[in-house]
Write a protein that binds this ligand. Structure first.
Ligand code: AMP
Ligand code: MN
Ligand code: MN
Ligand code: MN
Length: 272
């Protein structure tokens, strides 16, 4: 069975409608797909979860903050109608609106006015995020492409990097657990933490009720996979895998395009 347990649709910053993403995943030989949009479950409003092919595992990717660092937690096999989780999604929607205003203020101080109006027009009702600002910065000529927009204005340490709006790690884990889901620490290698700090994060995450970690997320080196598998086994976390797919134009990220999980980990799907 082929699992891809981390993907994005137009409900957040992906480019494919949920049904198109499901179809592409089928073409890519995925048997079990989780659509895990940033801080929203809106993709599941338009899908028949019980009757879909590939099989759908309802999911979400929640933004949180740990020691002031922006961390993402994927919730898998959640009940999309659970009141606690839906409340959490509403909290995040407001956090995103509040954050967008803060990002726009900071960009204005850098000499880039009027971004909030442009971004509010282009974003959906449930998701407003840095990719919307990046698209505005490119369209308005402040950056050559999305990458440069993040490098100059939105990435770590830059004006648009506003993280303090996000709830603490244990709160988002609580929402996922309340919805009957499994909390998964997303793309641990992407935070660029030292080994010691990553171990502290994984330990705090497990103490908060987290049960799994992405041992594989998208293209990554064999040594990264091996060290994350060792971390999962040391801390006592199950292992998840996903592409973090956003857009078919990015050739390197297709549904299912990532290395296999090592044999010596406990796959997260054993938990459901
Ligand atoms: P947000 O959820 O608003 O914090 O936006 C984060 C999203 O921006 C991530 O999920 C990525 O999809 C995207 N992103 C982050 N860094 C980059 C980058 N360097 N280039 C393009 N997109 C990026
Ligand atoms: Mn994204
Ligand atoms: Mn993420
Ligand atoms: Mn993601």
């Amino acid at each position: 069975m082929n699992y891809d347990l981390h993907t994005h649709s137009t409900a957040s910053d992906g480019s494919l409608e949920p049904a198109e993403l499901l179809r592409l995943a089928g073409e890519c030989d995925i048997d079990v797909l989780a659509i895990t949009d940033h801080d929203t479950l809106a993709a599941y409003e338009s899908l028949d979860v019980a009757g879909s092919t590939p099989q759908l595992v309802p999911g979400i990717e929640l933004s949180t903050s740990w020691r002031g660092i922006g961390i993402h937690v994927v919730g898998l096999n959640v009940d999309p109608g659970n009141p606690t989780l839906c409340h959490g999604v509403e909290v995040q929607r407001r956090n995103r609106i509040r954050r967008a205003a803060l990002i726009a203020d900071r960009l204005a101080k850098k000499g880039i006015p009027d971004s909030l109006a442009a971004v509010s027009d282009s974003s959906g009702s449930d998701y407003i995020g840095r990719p919307n600002f990046a698209a505005f910065l490119v369209a308005a000529g402040y950056a050559k492409n999305m990458r440069e927009a993040f490098r100059k204005f939105l990435g770590p340490g830059k004006a648009g990097d506003v993280r303090h709006v996000w709830p603490e790690l244990d709160e988002v884990v609580r929402w996922i657990v309340a919805a009957g889901g499994i909390a998964v620490l997303a793309h641990p290698a992407k935070y660029r933490l030292t080994r010691t700090k990553l171990r502290s994060l994984a330990g705090d995450f497990r103490a908060a009720g987290g049960q799994a970690i992405e041992v594989v997320c998208g293209a990554q080196s064999d040594s990264t996979t091996a060290s994350l598998a060792a971390l999962a086994n040391d801390i006592g976390l199950h292992a998840s895998c996903g592409s973090d797919f956003h857009n078919p134009d990015f050739r390197w990220s297709r549904p299912g395009r990532f290395p296999a999980l090592p044999d010596d980990v406990q796959p997260v799907w054993r938990l459901w």
